[in-house]
Design a binder for this molecule. Structure first.
Ligand code: AMP
Ligand code: ZN
Length: 117
C-alpha cells in the first residue's frame, strides 16, 4: 500500500501541495482537477487516507454520502446543477484508478460522453 506520506491527495489535505480548494468540512475536501476532462472537473475526497472503494468499511459508508452531498453543493456553485453532471469513482487498475486515495470526480459543463467504460 502506498504510504500516506507519498500520497499526493494526502499532501493536498496537509497543504503541502498547492491546489484550488473549493470546499472543505471536517471529513471531506474538494479541489479542481489539475488536468480537467470537462469545463467543470472537481475531485472530492475524504481527508482520511482510504486507498479505494475496495477498502471501505461499514463504518466508512456515511462518508460516501457526505462526498455526494458536497458534490451536489459544488454542482450548484459551478452552475451545472440544472444542466446535469456526472459523479464517478474509479477503483483499482482495470477501473482506471491512478491515485490510490479514494476520490470522486464531478464532471460537467458540457454534454458528456454516453460511454461509461
Ligand atoms: P483517477 O484516474 O480516478 O485516479 O483520477 C486521478 C485524478 O487526479 C486525475 O484526473 C488527475 O488529473 C488528478 N490529479 C492528480 N494530481 C493532482 C493534483 N496535484 N491536483 C489536482 N488533481 C490532480
Ligand atoms: Zn492519501
Amino acid at each position: 500500500m502506498v504510504g500516506k506520506m507519498s500520497c499526493i491527495f494526502c499532501q493536498i489535505v496537509a497543504g503541502k501541495v498547492p491546489s484550488e480548494i473549493l470546499y472543505q468540512d471536517e471529513e471531506v475536501i474538494a479541489f479542481r482537477d489539475i488536468n480537467p476532462q470537462s469545463p467543470t472537473h472537481l475531485i472530492i475526497i475524504p481527508k482520511r487516507h482510504i486507498p479505494s472503494l475496495a477498502d471501505l468499511s461499514q463504518a466508512d459508508l456515511p462518508l460516501i454520502g457526505r462526498m455526494v452531498s458536497a458534490a451536489n453543493e459544488l454542482a450548484k456553485r459551478e452552475g451545472i446543477f440544472e444542466s446535469g453532471y456526472r459523479l464517478a469513482i474509479s477503483c483499482g487498475e482495470e477501473g482506471g484508478q491512478f491515485v490510490p486515495h479514494l476520490h470522486m470526480h464531478l464532471l460537467g459543463g458540457r454534454r458528456l460522453s454516453d460511454a461509461l467504460g
